[in-house]
Design a protein. Structure first.
Ligand code: AMP
Ligand code: MN
Ligand code: MN
Ligand code: MN
Length: 285
């Protein structure tokens, strides 16, 4: 029997239900192919891929965990919170996600206007069609549209030239508060986890306040080994995890074979000294 630390666990992945390029079924098959034992699908602000993923994983050796990655606001910064093992049919969660989706659509219209103002043709129709028309539109869909239109060479280029703060296609947006999102996840019986903590441009003090608030709200874990972290980041957040008694999570943040740094199941492993968050999930059955 494999011990907890040795399981190949990937608790942060995306599908076509948000800004990934593989369908939930394709993602599950790829995970099985890569020897993944436990997989969570954590699309941005939507659970619309979960049913398909569960169905594909049925009868295989792969444990599929319903999850989500929700964009939140804390202290003026956008913080991503992963919710693991959520009741994905929870009515309050569904209603809140619908509201976030409306906000995403309105933001897309504002992004489009900002790009037009910068001299580009309208990208909205193409971005919407790339997003699959399911309402879950994000910056990645604009980036792919702009690559298709030969405005930039790749998605990364579009982000750094157009879609990040200070660039012409960046617009401010108000996501729900960290507090409301943690409460939403807890009420859907999920485990709230701070995604890729090294990515936020917060000072040491602000990050400390954020973690303290997250603990007081009922937050359970942080991602330590993720596709967004360098080995120095892993070491840093290993220490944070021990200091706050956080459960540690591992996830590739896989979006697409051609765009992502780590493929599904291929992120670095967790440092041995940490308690993996999947211990909680197994106990919860
Ligand atoms: P959104 O939630 O629509 O604001 O888009 C955020 C998503 O954009 C992230 O989840 C990543 O998939 C992607 N992203 C963010 N920054 C970059 C970047 N610098 N290069 C490529 N993709 C990025
Ligand atoms: Mn994404
Ligand atoms: Mn994220
Ligand atoms: Mn992600």
């Amino acid at each position: 029997m494999k011990i907890l630390q040795d399981l190949n666990v990937d608790l942060h992945t995306h599908s076509t239900a948000s800004d990934g390029s593989l369908s939930p079924s394709q993602l599950v098959l790829r995970a099985i192919d890569h020897g993944v034992d436990i997989l969570a699908l954590t699309d941005h602000d939507t659970v619309s891929g979960i049913a398909e993923g569960l169905e594909e994983a049925k009868g295989t050796g792969l444990t599929f965990i319903p999850g989500i990655e929700i964009s939140t606001m804390w202290g003026g910064s956008c913080i991503h919170v992963v919710g693991l093992d959520i009741q994905f049919n929870n009515p309050n969660l569904r209603e809140a996600l619908l509201q976030i989706q409306k906000g995403r659509f309105q933001r897309a219209e504002r992004i489009n206007l900002a790009l037009i103002k910068a001299g580009l043709p309208s990208m909205l129709e193409r971005a919407l069609s790339i997003s699959g028309g399911k309402g879950q539109i994000g910056r990645v869909h604009f980036a792919r549209a702009m690559v298709q239109e030969n405005i930039c060479e790749d998605v990364r280029d579009v982000f750094s030239n157009y879609l990040v703060k200070g660039k012409p296609g960046y617009v401010e947006h108000y996501w729900p508060s960290l507090k409301n999102v943690v409460s939403l996840i807890l009420k859907a019986n999920g485990l709230p986890v701070i995604a890729h903590p090294a990515r936020y441009k917060l000072s040491y003090n602000l990050l400390t306040y954020m973690f303290e608030e997250f603990v007081s709200l009922g937050g359970v874990g942080i991602e330590v080994a993720t596709g967004s972290h360098s080995s120095a980041d892993i070491e840093r957040f290993k220490n944070v995890s021990m200091e706050y008694d956080f459960k540690a999570s591992r996830g590739s943040d896989f979006h697409s074979p051609s765009e992502s740094r780590y493929d599904v199941g291929r992120a670095p492993y967790l440092p041995d000294c940490l308690l993996p968050i999947w211990a909680n999930i197994e106990v919860r059955g």
